[in-house]
Design a protein around this ligand. Structure first.
Ligand code: SF4
Ligand code: SF4
Length: 521
């Protein structure tokens, strides 16, 4: 039996062990709260398994025993040793993540792509209030909204997310630091076991003293927006003179205070030529990650659709970023899901689906060399050996699957880049049963299923590691399953788009043959 056959068998064994009706019912039952040990029973079982705790009630100890076959099969299937698994899951956030994964198997089975037992990340636009006026703002922010939740309601919402097992809670806005009770929210989220992040314009963090208050409350991750290395580009985008200087000060303070720092930029026609320099600048500032946001024509962005790059321009800049990252300390991530396709094509050549699978099987069986980095929105995991096969399960657009967004009034959407329209609203955090929505929302199941996508995304060999940006598809076509016209493999849809929107837009072809949409005045 060849190496790859052995690997395939191991994965089949894992599926047989974990994905059968009896085990799934068992895992489902184990994912309830234990009132004696005051926690999720799965989490307590994992604490016993990793040695983080030695005492627990009889039921939790039984839970640990019941969990063992799944953990053993997983270590075999994905080629990790039990010691490595135990070491990794001593970290409370990794443990919380694993509980989520196991709960997902109990509820949904081993789906492809994978759906966990709760979103890994929630981005909560806590207020619409903002101290800047960005031209591309997806939230159309300015003054606070009239229907925003009260402080008590927000705290209740945080508890709901904590109980559901959400791993990362990212406060965004508007500008989250403008909310008078933001520190209370950071503290509560941290106390409820969530990793707390914040997406901010960085103005407040230009004061080191203020930043220390956030850190003390439990803030661990700061995402700060910077739109160019040229102060003029940034200030014009932000609509505030002098913003660049303060934002850079804020970044430096976050680095000095030891927060995990991500510098974020929205990719538009106005700034894309500055991106390579911006990555270098971010690297020099000491940031950990550079995040390239894909432009989505929503919020105020809908009024400037001409800012969207052509597929050719996007391909060029993402390829450049991928290659640049390989030579730098800083990690580059992108919300453009085709970044994963570009990474695979750059590293492996333009392989067919069969060739791609063969290559993965060969590497999984130990035939490959170095590990592959598989870009996802929130992390660039380095996968080697059998772990490479995880890429198809975790990759691609994570909306409604790894990720949900909450609006200032508690409304839930699959991603912050969806417009606030009834057809794409998932429900409300305080008015609906969150767990029920996550398990049974028809709309969520629609956006999760990559096999239901319309062509070309639907038949694309990269649909599991990419799948196109569903928010872009919806904003351009009002159809969440439509192709994402920003990808070069969908160029014909970008071309057709100009026909379908010609009443609203004009299209210009550049001398390089790129097509650019301009909204008619
Ligand atoms: S065609 Fe769709 S799924 Fe394929 S790489 Fe492009 S955006 Fe991704
Ligand atoms: S819809 Fe998907 S690809 Fe687009 S920004 Fe949201 S999570 Fe990312």
């Amino acid at each position: 039996m060849g190496e790859s056959a052995t690997t395939t068998d191991a994965v089949q064994v894992f599926k047989l062990v974990a994905d059968n009706p009896i085990m799934r019912r068992t895992l489902s039952a184990l994912s309830k709260r234990c009132s004696r040990d005051e926690g999720n029973r799965l989490e307590i079982a994992l604490e016993l398994y990793t040695g983080v705790r030695s005492e627990a009630c009889f039921r939790c100890r039984v839970a640990k025993k019941l969990l063992m076959p799944v953990l053993k099969a997983a270590t075999k299937a994905f080629g990790v040793t039990e010691e490595r698994l135990k070491e990794k899951f001593k970290d409370p956030y990794w443990r919380r993540g694993l509980v989520n994964v196991i709960k997902g198997i109990g509820w949904f089975g081993v789906t492809h792509p994978y759906v966990p037992g709760a979103p890994f990340q929630i981005v909560w636009n806590i207020t619409r209030a903002c101290n800047m006026r960005c031209v591309h703002c997806y939230e159309n922010a300015g003054a606070p909204g009239e229907d925003e939740l009260s402080t008590e309601e927000i705290l209740r919402g945080i508890d709901i997310l904590g109980d559901a097992g959400v791993l990362i809670l990212a406060f965004s806005g508007g500008e989250p630091t403008v909310h008078p009770d933001i520190l209370k929210f950071v503290k509560r989220a941290s106390e409820r076991g969530m990793y707390v992040a914040m997406a901010t314009n960085g103005l407040v963090f230009s004061s080191r003293e203020r930043l220390k208050e956030y850190k003390q409350a439990g803030l661990q991750f700061a995402q700060i927006s910077l739109d160019g290395v040229n102060p003029k580009t940034h200030d014009e985008f932000r609509g505030v003179p002098g913003a660049f200087e303060k934002t850079v000060e804020g970044i430096k303070n976050c680095v000095a205070e030891g927060l995990f720092v991500e510098i974020a930029t929205t990719l538009t026609r106005q700034n894309y030529k500055e991106i390579p320099a911006l990555i270098e600048f971010s690297d020099k500032l000491g940031a950990d990650w550079f995040m390239l946001y894909n432009f989505v024509p929503t919020g105020r962005g809908a009024e400037m659709v001409e800012a969207d790059l052509s597929p050719e321009e996007r391909e060029e800049i993402l390829t450049l970023c991928w290659n640049k990252m390989k030579t730098m300390r800083i990690d580059v991530l992108s919300t453009a899901p085709y970044f994963a396709r570009i990474a695979q094509q750059t590293e492996l050549g333009d392989l067919s689906q069969d060739e791609l699978l063969a290559r993965m099987a060969q590497q999984a069986g130990g035939g490959g060399g170095d590990s592959d980095v598989v870009p996802t929105h929130f992390y660039n995991p380095k996968l080697s050996g059998q772990l490479r096969r995880l890429a198809d399960f975790i990759g691609g657009c994570g909306c409604g699957r790894f990720y949900l967004s909450v609006e200032p009034n508690g409304d839930l959407y699959p991603c912050v880049f969806f417009p606030h329209e009834e057809q794409v609203k998932v429900g409300n955090l305080l008015e609906d049963d969150f767990e029920e929505l996550w398990r049974n929302s028809e709309f969520l199941w629609k956006v999760r299923d990559k096999d239901r996508l319309a062509d070309y995304c639907g038949s694309c060999r990269f649909r599991y590691t990419c799948g196109g940006c569903r928010a872009r598809a919806y904003n351009y076509y009002k159809d969440v399953l439509a192709p994402d016209p920003g990808c070069i493999l969908n160029r014909e849809y970008w071309v057709k788009l100009k026909e379908s929107v010609k009443t609203e837009y004009t299209v210009q072809e550049t001398c390089q043959g790129d097509l650019i949409l301009y909204r008619k005045t």
